[in-house]
Design a protein around this ligand. Structure first.
Ligand SMILES: *Cc1c(COP(=O)(O)O)cnc(C)c1O
Length: 430
């Protein structure tokens, strides 16, 4: 550790405290066992039927299709959109056929990789500061530059709903379809309505670190029976109705296992409890850190209710110590009264707890370095490193990545453990 700060007297946790780990309750085992005892050990069974019904009811959509992962749900959502916009391709071609798609920039890469799976070209749209999601102003600007674009992929980072009304209005104005990646925000609401119901195509995830989990798994959510049926068919290798294996379309093995569905079935009654725990964690951080030059990940208090999946902080510009990052590591100079994400993450790790840098924006990822990037101010990619000397004004995503971090946000964290994390962060700024 490079830090010159004093962490004496702070005892490391005996058991590692994770960023966000699965929290089991017991019923999961019951439903898994039921799958075993009734021999429904495949991608058919009562657990799947039950969670599809319950989750559609809970979020307020007509159909939910259980899949092997959130990424699978996003892939088939993207394929549906591509087919609707550009028609069915040849078996060896993706549905997007080289067309451009506007994508959230500060998100997990699973949001946007399906655009590449379907042979599309992602164009990244910068982030706004009020919810850390896609900036509607930058999106409008992108349509002025590329008026031919017909598809937009948005996400709700860390469980915080984005500016949904504004984003939808821009999409509607330009006749574009919207894919909503609600993988991190299951249970969050915007104007009283669940996320995962706003897009033309919607996905949620049950990955091991999400608000509830199946150990893995995801779902496609829709009001369209035709779309739900297509996703069911594609996810089971596109079998046609025939006595033999008959195929007219490319298929995938994306259906959820009935054993995994048992875990989710057992978790589902605890969704709201998990959200309440995560909210309490967020509020304790906010209170405990209020005397420091930091702010918490923000949300629209009037219109939205996040699921508080991860608590994050952003260090004030004038309280950042000198820091540089290359592609694989970060360096900093420890300085009195100031700190930086790497110093705080190292300090947290030294007491056996896990934080994480902010998701590195897609336009900064080597894999997407040739793709366009549109900012609300300036000319986009040309300015993408301007934050180094110009302050935070142009590339918002790069700035939040530079000054932000995700804090340990595990449901099972005790108040005492959280007080210790808060104390460690105070020492970082001493
Ligand atoms: C986790 C996540 C996904 C992918 O979900 P999996 O179930 O892990 O495939 C997609 N998008 C975002 C924003 C995520 O956080």
């Amino acid at each position: 550790m490079n830090s010159t700060k004093d962490f004496s007297g702070i005892k490391p946790f005996e058991k590692k405290l994770y960023l966000s780990s699965p929290t089991m309750h017991g019923d999961e085992l019951k439903y898994m066992q039921e799958a075993y005892e009734t021999n429904w050990m495949s991608t058919v069974g009562a657990n799947i039927n039950e969670i599809e019904k319950k989750i559609a009811e809970y979020v307020g959509c007509k159909y939910a299709v259980a899949l092997s992962a959130g990424t699978a749900a996003l892939h088939l959502a993207t394929k549906l959109a591509g087919e609707k916009l550009y028609g069915m391709p040849k078996p060896n071609q993706g549905t997007l056929q080289g067309h451009k798609v506007f994508c959230a920039d500060m998100t997990f890469d699973a949001s946007v990789n399906p655009v590449a799976y379907e042979d599309g070209e992602a164009i990244f749209i910068d982030t706004e500061r009020d919810t850390w999601n896609m900036d509607p102003i930058a999106l409008e600007k992108a349509f002025e530059i590329y008026p031919e674009v017909k598809l937009v992929v948005i996400a709700h980072l860390y469980g915080t709903p984005g500016k949904i009304d504004e984003l939808k209005a821009v999409c509607e104005k330009h006749g574009a379809l919207m894919i909503e990646d609600a993988a991190e925000s299951f249970g969050a609401t915007y104007k009283g309505k669940q996320t995962g119901t706003f897009g033309d195509y919607n996905a949620i995830s049950f990955n091991g670190n999400k608000i509830i989990t199946g150990s893995s798994g995801g779902m496609f959510l829709t009001d369209s029976l035709a779309d739900a049926d297509k996703v069911r068919k594609w996810s089971t290798q596109s079998r046609e109705d025939a006595p033999w294996y008959q195929h007219e379309e490319i298929g995938y093995n994306y259906r959820m296992s009935n054993v995994i569905a048992g875990v989710i079935r057992g978790q589902l009654p605890y969704l709201e409890e998990h959200i309440a725990q995560k909210k309490a964690i967020y509020e304790r951080y906010k209170e405990g850190l209020k005397d420091l030059p930091v702010t918490m990940n923000p949300f629209d208090e009037k219109n939205s209710s996040p699921n508080y999946w991860l608590s994050c902080l952003l260090i004030d510009e004038n309280a950042m110590c000198k820091t540089v990052r290359d592609e694989n590591k970060a360096l900093y100079i420890s300085e009195k009264g100031k700190s930086c994400p790497t110093e705080i993450l190292e300090a947290i790790a030294s007491i056996n707890a896990e934080g994480r840098p902010i998701w590195k924006p897609m336009h900064m990822q080597p894999i997407y370095r040739m793709n366009s990037f549109i900012t609300a101010k300036g000319n986009g990619r040309a300015q993408s490193n301007a934050y180094i000397d110009e302050g935070a004004s142009i590339d918002v995503g790069a700035d939040i990545f530079e000054r932000g971090l995700c804090l340990p946000s595990d449901n099972k964290m005790t108040k005492e453990q959280q007080d210790t994390i808060i104390e460690v962060i105070h020492r970082c700024f001493a």
